[in-house]
Design a protein around this ligand. Structure first.
Ligand code: GDP
Ligand code: MG
Length: 394
């Protein structure tokens, strides 16, 4: 067995999640304050974070602040959303795909409904790494802190995380923001930051899995054949390798005749590389944007998926009326779209605009979609729902 090969990425997407008023925004401001002392961040005040401008992400409006800072080891892009609904939308739309989340829980409250809801969503959208910051430690005694820690470990285990090993840091974002250097002040923030550096492994490109590349474009080179263009998502693509071109109900066997990076032929290309690939014997009319080029026999096509979905409210441009099973519309993902039928959980009669939950998707044709892949649903070119694939069903 060979060790998987990985390429490092210097960057990590992180975010604060947790119940309203537990201190997410104060913590975000405190992080920049503590790092600003070392010249690793620009201090961003509480008000600046909370007044984050609205952004349009995949057809829906989300209020979110994106703050950049560095530790000695890494660069972070940190997302903090002002309202509970913004967190839900941000996570379900995959607008800022978090590699890890800092779950903030106030020691005087313990876990609350939104703590549970954010944790559930984090699991469903595939966030692997959670770090718990038990905030407002200045308000309670040591015994209560221990109790909250126990409760949080149980909750994490309930939602499929390893409750025993998730790091927990006790502190006070407010004290840290006020420049306090005692245990629960700035030192607790430094502890959080070093935990982020250590616990969340470098975000890696997967070079050991069979290669996979979504097709962005295709063209014909006279005398040579069909060239497909895209960015390799995972694996290593080698010249002369056998491959499948998959999507829209098609599974076409082919061979990689040539791989080019910046118009130069190379023996192989890696995850993250943007390439042009000459496919042996491929007809231009067989290729469609949105198909995948994969290592032979490594992926399978299906038209059944489970997804997490959010229906936009009327104010957000969404539907006025409820959604029932057998709801059929056009689904958009990446550069392609296809007709889809949406069925609710059998126990659920309907969903209302503004609701989120799990649904079953049946696509008109077989596609390859991966867990975590975001999509939208549109009615007459208007976005009415946004979602993320949570499971592939056969
Ligand atoms: P968010 O809704 O999770 O973003 O919470 P905020 O950061 O807006 O904080 C909510 C309230 O809790 C504010 O009044 C903060 O000043 C207060 N707060 C935040 N952190 C602490 C803390 O460590 N100790 C105390 N006592 N209050 C805090
Ligand atoms: Mg906030």
């Amino acid at each position: 067995i060979t060790e998987p090969q990985f390429v490092e990425k210097k960057h990590c997407n992180i975010g604060t999640i947790g119940h309203v008023d537990h201190g997410k925004t104060t913590l975000t401001a405190a992080i920049t304050k503590v790092l600003a002392k070392d010249g690793l961040a620009q201090y961003v005040s509480y008000d600046e974070i909370d007044r984050a401008p609205e952004e349009k992400a995949r057809g829906i409006t989300i209020n979110a602040a994106h703050i950049g800072y560095s530790t000695k080891l890494r660069h972070y892009a940190h997302t903090d959303c002002p309202g509970h609904a913004d967190f839900i939308r941000n996570m379900i739309s995959g607008a800022s795909q978090m590699d890890a989340a800092v779950l903030v829980v106030a020691a005087n409250d313990g876990p609350m409904p939104q703590t549970r809801e954010h944790l559930l969503l984090a699991k469903q959208v595939g966030i692997q790494y959670i770090i718990v910051f038990i905030n407002k430690a200045d308000l309670v005694d040591g015994e209560l802190l221990e109790l909250v820690e126990i409760e949080m470990r149980e909750l994490l285990s309930d939602f499929g995380y390893d409750g025993n090993t998730v790091p927990m840091i006790c502190g006070s974002a407010m004290k840290a923001l006020n420049g306090d250097e005692t245990e629960f002040g700035a030192p607790s923030i430094r502890k959080l930051l070093s935990t982020m550096d250590e616990y969340v492994p470098p975000i890696v490109r997967d070079l050991s899995s069979p290669f996979l590349m979504p097709i962005d474009n295709a063209f014909t080179v006279p005398g040579r054949g069909t060239v497909v263009v895209g960015t390799i998502k995972r694996g290593i693509m080698k010249k002369n390798a056998e491959a499948d071109l998959l999507g829209f109900g098609q599974n076409i066997k082919t061979t990689i005749s040539d791989v080019q990076i910046f118009k130069n032929s190379v023996p192989e290309a890696l995850a993250g590389d943007n390439v042009g690939v000459l496919l042996r014997g491929m007809k231009m009319k067989s290729v469609q944007t949105g198909m995948l080029l994969t290592a032979a026999k490594s992926c399978f096509l299906t038209n059944h998926y489970k997804a997490k979905i959010y229906f936009l409210t009327r104010n957000e441009g969404g539907r006025r009326k409820p959604i029932f099973s057998r709801y059929s519309q056009q689904m958009f993902s990446g550069t392609w779209n296809i007709a889809v039928r949406i069925d609710l959980e059998p126990t659920q009669q309907m969903m209302m605009p503004g609701d989120h939950g799990e649904v079953y998707l049946t696509l008109l044709e077989d596609m390859v979609m991966t867990v975590g892949q975001p999509f939208t649903v549109r009615e007459n070119n208007v976005t009415v729902a946004t979602g993320i694939i949570t499971e592939t069903l056969s």
